[in-house]
Design a protein around this ligand. Structure first.
Ligand code: HMH
Length: 224
């Protein structure tokens, strides 16, 4: 029984408080069209090329999260972040293989506006003044938006085209969900011990990620 959120972590409370924004990010017309089987393949290819560029920037972001973690946290956090960083190596190979399958020329792509904006946000975490708490919370919500979005594409009743199932399983798998839940536990633990200023900054970063994710899906669905 939940009589006021006292048994929930901070992150779950934010997800409830900002439900509308969270759903705009995780039930976006673009990913819902994958699930419905009505997805425009040109849009999917645009997403693929842009996300490859994003993930390359995400590697550097994660390196900055790892660095902040090493400076102030215990080793169990470090192992999870390091595992995440290692799996991005596999992810970059996956993007190259998938791009070849769809004839997307990764070398010829330049970032569209929303992608550039998102990458700039990721780069801002290089600032040592940004705390580990804010960084790990940001990392958690970035991964969770993809987990929730793509898990929906393989949930019961989906009509996801066969050739897109691999993509959806990459982020929609039970293993990826567990990984996101580990990140959530780390974030909640940090937030429970953080100053109110740090909690406020982390909530702002959470909302900023949702906004940037919506922008990224919008950009993928229609080139503007
Ligand atoms: C835009 N957000 C975006 N791309 C991704 N690959 C993820 C989140 C998850 O890793």
């Amino acid at each position: 029984m939940d009589i006021g959120g006292a048994d929930k972590g901070t992150t779950a409370a934010w997800m409830a408080a900002h439900r509308g924004m969270y759903e705009r990010a995780t039930r976006h017309p673009f990913t819902v069209s994958i699930r419905d089987g009505t997805v425009d393949l040109a849009a999917f290819k645009r997403w693929l090329g842009q996300d490859y560029m994003f993930v390359r920037e995400f590697v550097a972001f994660l390196a900055s999260v790892l660095l902040k973690c090493c400076k102030q946290s215990d080793s169990s956090d470090m192992e999870i972040i390091l595992g995440g960083l290692a799996s991005l190596s596999d992810e970059l190979s996956w993007f190259k293989k998938e791009a070849a399958k769809w004839s997307v020329d990764l070398a010829g792509i330049s970032p569209l506006t929303s992608n550039t904006e998102y990458c700039r946000f990721l780069q801002s975490f290089n600032d040592p003044e940004i705390s580990y708490t804010v960084a790990i919370t940001t990392f958690w919500i970035i991964e969770t938006v993809y987990q929730d979005s793509f898990a929906f594409c393989i949930e019961e009743g989906h009509k996801t085209p066969l050739e897109l199932l691999g993509t959806c399983q990459r982020w929609g798998s039970p293993e990826f969900k567990q990984y996101c839940q580990s990140l959530q536990r780390i974030a909640d633990h940090c937030l429970a011990n953080a100053t109110s200023d740090a909690v406020k900054s982390a909530e702002e970063a959470f909302l900023r990620v949702l906004e940037l994710e919506i922008g990224f899906w919008d950009m993928s669905s229609s080139q503007s």
